[in-house]
Ligand binder design. Structure first.
Ligand SMILES: Cc1cc2nc3c(=O)[nH]c(=O)nc-3n(C[C@H](O)[C@H](O)[C@H](O)COP(=O)(O)OP(=O)(O)OC[C@H]3O[C@@H](n4cnc5c(N)ncnc54)[C@H](O)[C@@H]3O)c2cc1C
Length: 323
């Protein structure tokens, strides 16, 4: 392969792609590396114009009805062709379930490296991408440096924050590729019923842990979250062991960055903290004065959550009545 140039971002999750654009702007600040967004799909033209407002200098657009739904083989073929003919130096792919598969298979086809689930990215003085990834349940960090281009890294949601849109235009490169008829036909999509705001996007999260004895006791946390206009979250044992919920916050779950995180009856194991440590303000309620969660808390409340949470709820209700 000849000269490689430019940093590209791609994700089938459009919001994640905008986050990657923001992160890339920081990564290549003060350099002359061109930033391009790759859009694959059907009916994507409007989104192409929008990507400029979020930092892209260029958009590679492959708009094809056969790309209407994500299908690994067709998307992989389209992206492989595009990368081979345009040779980006760096390609950041959103680390979703689909994105991880796409990134690793693309790297294998191009005989290059791929680092999954990167939590930090830098470019070293020789111009190579350096990525960091948390491993062994948060006990170690792997630092990887690329030796071959294109350098492909998969980056999970919420590592970067989407930037405020600014008026900006750029070049749209319409790319025609031959896309084989997908082998599968999607006949319908039934979306799971979820909260109006995704937990990753919530500004206030009231999180419960194993200190909560019964599922119905979670109601007081829900009430608190409602009064604060926030959402409830939970640790992994409440989902995996007790089966009260389907998801959780942490290293192996969702990563959150709220302005306020309130942890109730949570010990603060590293795997949970890895998912909430970027919260702006952390309040922790635990009856054990030695609880590890207190090490990352701004406000420490030592006591029984069964007394403290209702007391906060009452206080908030009083305040609201008096306003
Ligand atoms: C590979 C791997 C990945 C993992 N990933 C995740 C992950 O992504 N997210 C995650 O959450 N966990 C994860 N875990 C599990 C993690 O190691 C911990 O077991 C888990 O976070 C503990 O949850 P907890 O704090 O709710 O429970 P516990 O550790 O049991 O803590 C309960 C806390 O509640 C306090 N408490 C009890 N009663 C009260 C009361 N009445 N009032 C106040 N405080 C009280 C106790 O003092 C205690 O500190 C993972 C584990 C592994 C091995």
């Amino acid at each position: 392969m000849g000269e490689f140039k430019g940093l590209w971002v791609y994700s089938e999750n459009y919001d994640l792609m905008l986050e990657l654009l923001a992160g890339s702007c920081t990564l290549i600040k003060n350099s002359n590396i061109e930033l391009a967004a790759v859009l694959l799909g059907s009916g994507m033209k409007e989104k192409a114009n929008e990507a400029f407002k979020y930092g892209a200098d260029k958009v590679f657009l492959i708009d094809n009805p056969r790309l209407k739904n994500f299908e690994i083989k067709t998307y992989l073929d389209a992206l492989t062709g595009l990368v081979k003919s345009n040779k980006p130096e760096i390609l950041l792919i959103g680390s979703t379930k689909n994105g991880k598969e796409l990134a690793s298979r693309l790297a294998a086809r191009l005989e290059t490296g791929c680092t999954p689930d990167c939590s930090q990215l830098t470019i070293n003085e020789d111009g190579w991408l350096v990525t960091k990834r948390i491993v062994y349940s948060g006990r170690a960090v792997v630092t990887a440096i690329f030796r071959k281009k294109p350098q492909i890294a998969a980056v999970p949601p919420r590592i970067f924050e989407k930037m405020e849109p600014k008026e900006k235009s750029g070049e749209i490169v319409n790319v025609e590729v031959t896309v084989e008829e997908p082998k599968l036909e999607v006949v319908g999509i039934n979306k799971m019923k979820t909260a109006d705001v995704k937990i990753e996007e919530a500004q206030i999260v009231v999180c419960g842990g194993r200190g909560i004895e019964k599922k119905e006791d979670f109601k007081s946390l829900e009430e608190l979250a409602q009064l604060l206009k926030g959402q409830v979250g939970n640790t992994r044992p409440l989902a995996e062991d007790r089966k009260w919920f389907t998801g959780w916050i942490g290293l192996s779950g969702k990563k959150i960055k709220p302005t306020l995180y309130m942890g109730c009856g949570i010990s603060g194991m590293i795997q949970h903290v890895a998912g909430m440590r970027d919260s702006q303000l952390v309040v922790a309620i635990n009856k054990d004065p030695e609880a590890a969660i207190f090490e990352v808390a701004d406000y420490v409340v030592v006591g029984d959550l069964y007394e403290i949470v209702p007391a906060i709820v009452e206080e908030l209700k009083k305040k609201m009545k008096s306003v």
